[in-house]
Design a protein around this ligand. Sequence first.
Ligand SMILES: C[S@@+](CC[C@H](N)C(=O)[O-])C[C@H]1O[C@@H](n2cnc3c(N)ncnc32)[C@H](O)[C@@H]1O
Ligand code: SF4
Length: 384
Amino acid sequence: MRDADEGFGVYVHWPFCLSKCPYCDFNSHVRHSEIDEARYVRAFTREIATTAERAPGRTVTTIFMGGGTPSLMQPATVGAILDAIGKHWAVAPDVEVTLEANPTSVEATRFAGYRTAGVNRVSLGVQALDDAALKELGRLHTAQEALDAVAIARKSFDRYSFDLIYARPGQTTGAWRAELTRAIDEAAEHLSLYQLTIEPDTPFAALHASGRLVTPDDEQARALFDVTQELAAARGLPAYEISNHARAGAECRHNLVYWRYHEYAGIGPGAHGRLVIDGTRHATSTEKRPESWLMRVEASGHGLVTDETLTRTEQADEYLLMGLRLAEGIDPQRYAAFSGHPLDEARIAALGAEGMVERTEDGRLRVTRAGFPVLDAVVADLAA
Ligand SMILES: C[S@@+](CC[C@H](N)C(=O)[O-])C[C@H]1O[C@@H](n2cnc3c(N)ncnc32)[C@H](O)[C@@H]1O
Ligand code: SF4
């Protein structure tokens, strides 16, 4: 099934950071020698061309430059990558072009250049508005520096968002309420509010395992989640996805492409894609290590290390997994079109009786506020 007219996203991964944050398991690398951006531009351009040959005729509706730290790129590098996308695919006149930025003063000086290059939305990794917490998270900026970067983003772009991490060690609901209130005062149309996750094989995982880093227990995490939902909604930023809040119409359209399970191309080291080729949905991923990705692209025009066709069941499961993160939920008929059979009504009834899921007036199925903290279990139950 091709998702005609449903949006086509291009994700571009910039895999470098100035330092590695101890909680982070994204594909990000620290290099002490200078990065040859011109060489990366050539490789991005080649991989875009190869991908467009496999998935021609699309109109790009969203572009997301994520990382790593894309705001370490020179504006000219960003411009060249956007030009390559425009050369190989049609681009919608109202295309959303987001760039992820770290909120330091150095990076904020590049915002005007990014806007000129074609970026129209930035997403800033503020993480906390508390200097002690920022230090504990291993961040290179202070709260004031982050707020200054937000102010520059506000002047430079019509649309900006920033990320905060909560459920941090020792965080009380009172302290989080005050911090989130301050954040909402600074926010415009969109905020991403993530609960701290202890990712395997990170320094935080080791500290956690040894008992030196203690995160809120389930009850406290739940209380922090409830504060987040209530406060953000009361201030006009309801959750449209489990961790993402926006005013109506200001949702990140690129992320909606993922969660609505539409098509997207993944470009750059360690990028994932979902492309419908000859009527079959492919799951793609590229080599993660930047230098190895470069060599692969230079040798063969792409960095693909996985290119698997998904079965109907796999597509249906992915659709559930992604779509149930959204407040709008999923369309049961689309699920049935993927899987070949309808959702199990008995399971829906049982989850409904427990207050975990509900039907909307237009027949969609969605997870309730009570169900979100146990979303994985709800999805597993419905998919089983
Ligand atoms: C690709 S990252 C980062 C963007 C940018 N490099 C930065 O750090 O400012 C996207 C977001 O994921 C969130 N994140 C990363 N690791 C996390 C974790 N272990 N738990 C919760 N949120 C996390 C952070 O809020 C981060 O801003
Ligand atoms: S959180 Fe951002 S800056 Fe920190 S290592 Fe991950 S991608 Fe890099």
